[in-house]
Design a protein around this ligand. Sequence first.
Ligand code: PMP
Length: 386
Amino acid sequence: MPSEIRALFAMVARPEVVSLAGGAPYVSALPLDVVGDMIGDLVANRGAEALQYGSAQGDVVLRERICDVMALEGITASADDVVVTVGAQQALDLVTKIFVDPGDVVLAEAPSYVGALGTFASYQADVVHVPLDEGGLIPAALRETLDRLTREGRRVKFLYTVPNFQNPSGVTLTTARRAQILEICAAYDVLVIEDNPYGLLGFDGEPTRAMRADDSERVIYLGSFSKTIASGLRVGWALAPHAVRAKLVLAAESAVLCHPALSQVAVREYLTTQPWREQIKSFRELYRSRRDAMLDALDALMPDGCTWTRPGGGFFVWLTLPEGLDAKAMAPRAIAERVAYVPGTGFYADGGGRRNMRLSYCFPEPDRIREGVRRLAGVIESEIRM
Ligand code: PMP
């Protein structure tokens, strides 16, 4: 089935519509001329490598640089356990391909990243949701769900979680809960897929310690340069226990032979020669000011009865409408009023999320965000009066 997000994108392309729907990073904030020169030099001077096939596991120097990036979240890893992928999305696909047989259970937060739900569906997994709140996935609910599934004799292959600034809710898993969730997953012998594209985009303080930093055997960590460098390069990775890594390389080989060499050497060169930590800092400032614009506008303008999350990083706010309203039914009326959002139902495999919507602040300028929230508040107000 086509995802609701894709269908929506076709409608919101008109310039008069303020789109709070898309999750595209603001790549124009990169020094594009510098990156352009860097890539031009790579082709001119090292084209025989940059335009050639490579290994299915990915460039070894790039994998070492990736380990430096993960060290910022407390991870100690060997480049030998990293597999470069075509975005984190391909890593998700390969992991699911390896582990999931039709009918197997995959646990996922409610709500959960729509792209992951699509991948799980494509391998005929049975997605069972576990609720989250402001502190992320709820450990007691995870334990209850695993108890029930065990009693029913179901095979649970893994728990899929986005612990930092989750897509779509914007919430972050607390440190205490990370430890509890690892403990529960160990007790039930369930793998954890830690999908972490937003971890370095926190607005306050140091990055949170990754779950993978505390359990290298149970956690498969997925990373991405889509939000910290550029999504169009399509460079992501998986860090997996050794035996899983070997399977991932085989699966990658049959899927794409090898990852695009030009993208890999571009990222390798960028991480070696450019001030990437400073660049990530400036992305953080950019997104923080957009988050502030959105939260200020929501505080000032949203009608009573609406609630929303207050993300400490990343791209998304998750809004809950008052009882009786339906975000999906309201979407065409919002587009007629020139504002777009993603209805919550796309982030559930079980029909949940009718009163929810995802609002992104990553792409529009702050003034457009305020205008979008103003239009949206007007639409919600008129729905309440109806
Ligand atoms: N996981 C999550 C939680 C995401 O939000 C995204 C991108 N929107 C991805 C994975 C895929 O990212 P990539 O561009 O690295 O394929």
